[in-house]
Design a protein around this ligand. Structure first.
Ligand code: PLP
Length: 437
């Protein structure tokens, strides 16, 4: 059991160097939020990562979600190195594309056809374009606290004050430089609130091309839909000719082989997937109903990308899905078991030190919130958590060898073992003792 905090001198030094030539010193803005310093890693194996200072950590960021099989899965890497010897990118067709699209059609409910791209952001852009072309309408309804990537067509900011949350439906720019025209087409509504959504549908239902939603709001508190809520959206969108898009970039292939659609028994018109699909290689997909997806086949909707369908990502996708679905989904059962063990241990640890908290989970994804609200079911409630207190916990956890996201979102992989979980709890025990003596 570690008792000393980690030194991170080399990470500090490299961060300074990095900032000289790399914007912000990180490759994606969010990563600069890591405290005390954005870690520079040397390698990863299973559930563990190793930094440039020689420290070893148990990882619950998992590459922001894609590493569902853990770091450097030996079978995946070996198969890919053989595959790569025959070429990594053709810009022409190969058998793997057929194989993976077949797998997706088999696994994902309501998926008649599939289109591949490189990131979750691109998949969402394509789904929205398809919805607009299919309906001939331009507006898109999205929900507070959900994240669908950083493109102008859907990225928005939210008031981070629970009292003013969703006080109007205006989409706020997510960043300087975002197109004001793109924002005019976005309507933001609080999630899990039928009345507010129904009011928008009554007023503008025939202008709406799509409603997009995470099935469970993994990005903000792992909030579950209230009973019947998604089913009601499904029904209303069907009535009004609106395309219902479920964004399964986090939940796809993670919470069950068929994602949240399968687990919750709900069927969208289009579903977007990314992250876990290729075990850490860049790949995303849109899948859905034939008459919408066929707009691409007919040349009505353009879908492009130099690296789409590249050999490496497609091969990684096929193998990742095969490994996950082996032995009647043993990997899924394992991830759930490890998550339950970890969540149970965390709850006991925090409660034992009088730290008021709520943990919401969905399969091997969960969200830890420091709050005295016994239940967090709405974004406005999520905003009331003690984000600053939690961020201190995350920083101290890093100094003791556990990598967490400041947002509160944890991922557990198929590589996490009982030993990893128990060691995590031991390390966090020291953290909690220090912070909440
Ligand atoms: N949709 C959801 C639900 C996400 O969580 C994310 C990323 O975190 C995205 C879309 C965007 O995916 P990417 O970061 O691969 O562009």
């Amino acid at each position: 059991m570690q008792t000393n905090t980690y030194a991170m001198d080399e990470s500090y030094a490299l961060y300074e160097q990095s900032k000289e030539t790399l914007c912000g010193g990180v490759a994606s803005n969010l990563r600069s939020a890591m405290k005390p310093v954005p870690l520079f890693l040397e390698s990863g194996s299973g559930a563990r990562v190793f930094d440039v200072d020689g420290n070893e950590y148990i990882d619950y960021i998992l590459g922001y979600g894609p590493l569902i099989l853990g770091h450097s899965h030996s079978e995946l890497l070996e198969a890919l190195s053989h595959r790569l010897a025959a070429g990594q990118q053709f810009g022409m067709q190969h058998r793997g594309e057929i194989e993976l699209s077949r797998r997706l059609v088999q696994l994902v409910p309501n998926a008649d056809k599939v289109a591949f791209s490189g990131s979750g952001t691109e998949a969402v852009m394509l789904a929205i374009r398809l919805a607009r072309a299919y309906t001939g309408r331009s507006k898109v309804i999205r929900f507070e606290g959900h994240y669908h990537g950083w493109s102008d067509v859907i990225y928005t900011a939210f008031p981070m004050n629970a009292e003013v949350s969703a006080s109007d439906m205006t989409a706020l720019a997510g960043t300087n430089g975002q197109s004001a025209h793109a924002l005019e087409d976005i309507i933001v509504v609080p999630w899990n609130d039928k009345d507010r959504l129904e009011a928008v549908l009554k007023k503008s239902g025939n202008e709406i091309a799509a409603i997009i939603s995470e099935p469970v709001l993994c990005n903000s508190g792992c909030l579950h839909p209230l009973p019947g809520y998604l089913e009601w959206i499904r029904e209303r969108t069907r009535d009004l000719g609106i395309v219902f898009i479920l964004d399964e970039v986090i939940t796809g292939f993670r919470v069950s082989p068929g994602g949240a659609q399968e687990r919750l028994g709900i069927q969208a018109d289009l579903v977007t997937m990314g992250k876990a699909i290729a075990g850490g290689f860049p790949l995303s997909a849109v899948a859905g109903r034939r008459e919408i997806m066929d707009l691409i086949s007919q040349g009505v909707v353009n879908h492009m990308g130099t690296l789409n369908g590249n050999v490496l990502s497609i091969s990684a996708g096929i193998l990742t899905l095969d490994i996950l679905n082996r032995d009647e989904g043993a990997a899924y059962r394992h991830m759930e078991k490890m998550t339950e063990r970890l969540v149970r241990g965390l709850k006991a640890l925090l409660a034992g030190h009088g730290v008021a908290h709520t943990i919401n989970s969905f399969g091997p994804v969960f969200h830890v919130m420091f709050t005295d609200q016994p239940e967090v079911r709405h974004f406005s409630e999520f905003l009331k958590r003690d984000a600053a207190g939690y961020s201190l916990f995350v920083e101290e956890a890093l100094r003791h060898g556990v990598v967490l996201r400041p947002s509160g979102l944890w991922y557990v992989s198929a590589a996490h073992t009982e030993k990893d979980i128990d060691e995590t709890l031991e390390r966090l025990k020291i953290v909690v003792q220090r912070l909440f003596p």
